[in-house]
Design a protein around this ligand. Structure first.
Ligand code: FAD
Length: 249
């Protein structure tokens, strides 16, 4: 059973008609970077709706931040987008999930793949820094549909400075061609070796761990490519492997 506590909306930034950043104050238990929380609100018919959202903030920061997209045909996101500052909603006291560096064995390279709002857990993990020493090089691959969806570019650059050469960033835009950015879907860029060529290293079973987060099609296709072509395996507590996954739907 989920134990709910009140959360006060401190700030909502409407970045775009379908993208918001929401900042909350709530007394929740400590979470691990990479985990998600649950939010519960009542819709206009007084019906409870709850959904999962990944923390963007690192655990050490008191303000809770979520990066949320509007799904027109969805129930929750269209209500969230209408919320106003100072309103109280409910958040789960505990956080959930195993999409954390704690679950991954040390390795030379750590590849982090995300689509859209699924950049969130990586921003939390990278700001927190805990357990990043398990890896020599970290490669963050962030895929968005349009250039205007790149809302965390400044934070990504700030984080990059802290890690210097250890952290490599690859941004790819899948639905428009923009100067200085890669064009195309993550799966395609892996299959045609573009990602490996940019980083100057091959993704191999014995040198890499891979995190996949976001769109289930990307997660599934990447998982299939990595298991078939690279002979990688799913990471399990009892049987450590290469790949951990988080599907957003
Ligand atoms: C572990 C976990 C963490 C999540 N973290 C986030 C997060 O940080 N930010 C966020 O926006 N969502 C996140 N989600 C998705 C979120 O829980 C909701 O599903 C989403 O807000 C849409 O809710 P809805 O009721 O409007 O639509 P739903 O009925 O939940 O979903 C309807 C459809 O919307 C699409 N969809 C759902 N989520 C997304 C998304 N993020 N991007 C693009 N299309 C989507 C899918 O096609 C889905 O079938 C997460 C989900 C999980 C399971």
């Amino acid at each position: 059973m989920t134990f709910w506590v009140p959360a006060k909306i401190k700030k909502i930034v409407h970045w775009k008609e379908n993208l918001i950043k929401i900042s909350l104050k709530a007394k929740i238990n400590k979470f691990i970077a990479g985990q998600f929380s649950k939010i519960l609100i009542k819709n206009k018919n007084d019906i409870n709706i709850q959904r999962a959202y990944s923390f963007v903030n690192p655990p050490k920061k008191k303000t809770i931040k979520f990066y949320i997209t509007l799904v027109k045909q969805g129930k929750m996101s269209k209500e969230i987008i209408l919320l106003k500052e100072n309103k109280k909603i409910l958040i789960s006291k505990n956080s959930f999930g195993f999409f954390t560096l704690k679950e991954i064995q040390p390795s030379k390279n750590l590849w982090m793949f995300s689509t859209g709002t699924a950049i969130g857990p990586y921003l939390s993990i990278l700001q927190e820094k805990k357990d990043t020493e398990k890896f020599k090089k970290i490669i963050l691959v962030h895929s968005v549909r349009y250039f205007s969806d790149l809302k965390y570019l400044n934070l990504i650059h700030q984080i990059k400075k802290k890690y210097q050469n250890k952290l490599k960033i690859i941004i790819t835009i899948s639905r428009e061609n923009k100067k200085n950015f890669l064009y195309g879907r993550i799966t395609h860029l892996l299959l045609n070796s573009t990602l490996e060529e940019i980083i100057g290293t091959k993704i191999k079973r014995n040198n890499s761990k891979v995190m996949l987060c976001g769109n289930p099609s990307m997660v599934k296709e990447m998982f299939n490519i990595l298991t078939k072509n690279k002979k990688m395996t799913k990471n399990l507590r009892k049987k450590p492997g290469n790949i951990i996954r988080e599907n957003y739907w």
